[in-house]
Design a protein around this ligand. Structure first.
Ligand code: NAP
Length: 314
């Protein structure tokens, strides 16, 4: 009999069906089924589950669960609920996602670099006026987070002629990228940044990392791209800096509450570009192959793939 692997998710039914179809194709020896279809008598035999935005109470029903494979890269909600290390949380690490994210970072860095929000606003007012051009080699793009997504994006930006800096928890050595750590390092990096890209996980330490005080360290007229999580930036503080002109523009793909409520002040703010959490979606094909390999290895060796460190929270 095939072992049951429940797919636990609050995604729309159509998406769940599609995930189960592609995952089953890659893992013919596993019985991957929607959690609601698993019989109660089978709960005790389940050692692993595949999850995408699961209800924690569903996970809690499986007493013998050893590990969960998320099909997302960001797992902060799971980490905050299952922080005692009894269930290991394996997040998705997919080179295709790094590629998509670095493509998104390049697109929006160039959008800011070539002053597209400014020219759009001029067009709205039928104004024909040239803005001063500054070349990439005279601009600094900095990354908060130099992990799977941050590092590949930083390298792409470096290849496009910008000066690049990065900030991480542990010290990094990356050719031609100035790397910083710690509170002092954060202050230093913010002071020299023209475009700040957030690709840092949401943890207790990074919650509201960019508050009024730290945002005020940014070089006057700097812009921000937040592709990480909404709570990395304190929105009211950000709006104050946008209103004063200290911060020129922000591109936001992530918000404290998603979808962003219709009446939210950010929607209509002239210095804000809103994206509906699309900078790097999970790719069905590559992700299902990675998940399948993780599960195949586990069945063969009993080894759980690299899991999230619940102390670090990422
Ligand atoms: P990752 O590989 O775990 O890298 C995280 C980076 O952040 C590492 O460089 C880490 O430092 C650094 N970091 C963590 N805590 C820190 C702290 N307190 N101070 C300084 N640096 C800290 O994560 P990833 O795969 O690159 O993903 C990053 C985030 O992107 C995810 O957590 C998720 O929120 C977001 N994401 C967004 C989308 C989207 O569509 N918008 C898609 C996927 C992911 P060390 O290197 O020293 O450990």
């Amino acid at each position: 009999m095939k072992p049951i692997v429940p797919f636990i998710s609050t995604l729309p039914n159509e998406q769940i069906k599609h995930w189960i179809k592609v995952l089953s194709k890659k893992m013919p020896k596993e019985k991957i089924i929607k959690f609601s279809k698993v019989k109660k008598k089978d709960y005790e035999n389940i050692k692993l589950a595949i999850v995408a935005n699961p209800k924690p109470e569903d996970i809690n029903k499986l007493n013998n669960l050893v590990w969960i494979q998320s099909i997302w890269a960001g797992v902060e909600r799971l980490v905050s609920r299952f922080n005692d290390n009894t269930i290991k949380i394996v997040r998705l690490v997919d080179p295709e996602m790094s590629r998509t994210m670095s493509e998104a970072v390049l697109s929006w860095v160039l959008y800011l670099h070539r002053d597209m929000p400014f020219y759009k606003e001029q067009q709205n007012q039928c104004i024909w006026k040239e803005n001063f051009y500054i070349k990439p080699s005279d601009k600094t793009v900095s990354f908060l987070g130099l992990g799977q997504l941050g590092k590949s994006s930083a390298l792409k930006i470096l290849n496009n002629g910008f000066n690049v800096c990065g900030w991480s928890r542990t010290k990094k050595k990356i050719k031609r990228i100035k790397c910083f750590t710690g509170e002092k390092g954060l202050k230093k990096i913010l002071k020299i940044t023209d475009i700040l890209v957030c690709l840092i996980p949401l943890t207790k330490k990074t919650n509201y990392l960019l508050n009024y005080k730290r945002l005020s360290y940014l070089k006057k007229g700097a812009s921000i791209i937040n592709f990480a999580r909404g709570r990395i930036i304190k929105t009211i503080d950000l709006v104050k800096h946008l209103n004063s002109g200290n911060i020129k523009h922000v591109v936001l793909d992530v918000f404290e509450k998603e979808p962003l409520p219709k009446k939210h002040v950010l929607w209509k703010h002239p210095r804000v570009t809103i994206l509906p959490h699309i900078s790097a979606n999970t790719d069905y094909g590559t992700a299902s192959l990675i998940v399948a390999n993780n599960i195949k290895n586990y069945r063969r060796s009993g080894r759980i793939p690299k899991f999230v460190n619940t102390l670090k929270q990422y």
